[in-house]
Design a protein around this ligand. Structure first.
Ligand SMILES: [Zn+2]
Length: 273
């Protein structure tokens, strides 16, 4: 059964985080649908109580999105507006961002995070950065969302780029989950922020495609963008219901990771006889 993996990048510095956390807790509890939050450390520091309530409600797990949203790799984005460069932090800054991101999760929520979303995402993720994979390993990270851009460092990302382990790089325990299609904020900007109906249709088409081709769908949304013109997250509820109707299993990243890891270990056993 193909999976619908909802991941929220929670990164605002204003009150949208609190509105989002309350609405997301409600939607996911009502539908008994698991999903994952990837939180920026600074955002967590401002929303500890609500984050704890969200976690305690039992349907949303917490992982990190760096401490202050520093890029791991430089993005060379090429689209109809031309080429735009988004520079990365230095290696030292990135190391600090990741370890501090883990620390605030542990200190403020009592969570040992095992997941990570890289700010902006990059073409081919971290395939070419063994040094950064080593840093993630050192911090106990098991799954990463970093490959959410195509060869123009833009979108959409093909659904055929299914999650994979960084095994050839020597990190067979780290799973990459490329963000598929378009990130919610980019799609909604294109469609007009108040045009929720069109956005729902857009994602439903992606769900149709994933389900027809038996592909897992790594879906990316954000706190600030998801509640714009939809403070109760009705669109998320509608997408969850639709994905289930289409035969998809709605689950979180840690459950998904366990399943992929077991599959990979079975394959290794077969290979080794
Ligand atoms: Zn972000």
């Amino acid at each position: 059964m193909p999976k619908f993996l909802i991941g929220y990048d929670v990164e605002s510095q204003d009150d949208s985080t609190e509105i989002f956390l309350k609405a997301a807790s409600e939607v996911h509890k009502n539908l008994e649908a698991k999903a994952s939050i990837f939180v920026v450390g600074k955002t967590l520091e401002k929303n500890v109580a609500t984050s704890q309530e969200t976690l305690n409600a039992g349907y949303l797990e917490f992982h990190q999105h760096t401490y202050s949203h520093v890029l791991l790799k430089t993005v060379i984005q090429e689209n109809e507006e031309g080429i735009t460069i988004f520079p990365s932090g230095t290696f030292e800054e990135v190391c600090e961002e990741i370890s501090k991101g883990q620390r605030v999760l542990r200190d403020l929520l009592g969570v040992e995070g095992i997941g990570f979303t890289a700010p902006y995402n990059y073409y081919r993720g971290l395939s070419d950065r063994l040094d950064l994979l080593e840093v993630l390993r050192g911090n106990g990270i098991k799954f990463v969302r970093s490959a959410g851009r195509n060869e123009r460092d833009w979108q959409p990302v093909p659904f055929e780029w299914q999650p994979y382990f960084y095994e050839p790089q020597g990190f067979p325990e780290i799973l990459e989950c490329p963000l598929h299609g378009w990130q919610d904020c980019i799609a909604r900007e294109k469609l007009g922020w108040n045009n929720i109906e069109e956005y729902i249709k857009w994602v439903k088409k992606d769900i149709d495609y994933a389900s027809a081709n038996q592909l897992d769908f790594v879906y990316c949304s954000h706190d600030w963008s998801s509640i714009r013109h939809d403070p109760k997250l009705d669109h998320i509820a509608e997408l969850i219901i639709y994905a289930r109707e289409k035969g998809m299993d709605v689950t979180n990243y840690s459950t998904y990771y366990e399943k992929k890891l077991a599959e990979q270990q079975d394959k290794q056993k077969l290979r080794n006889g």
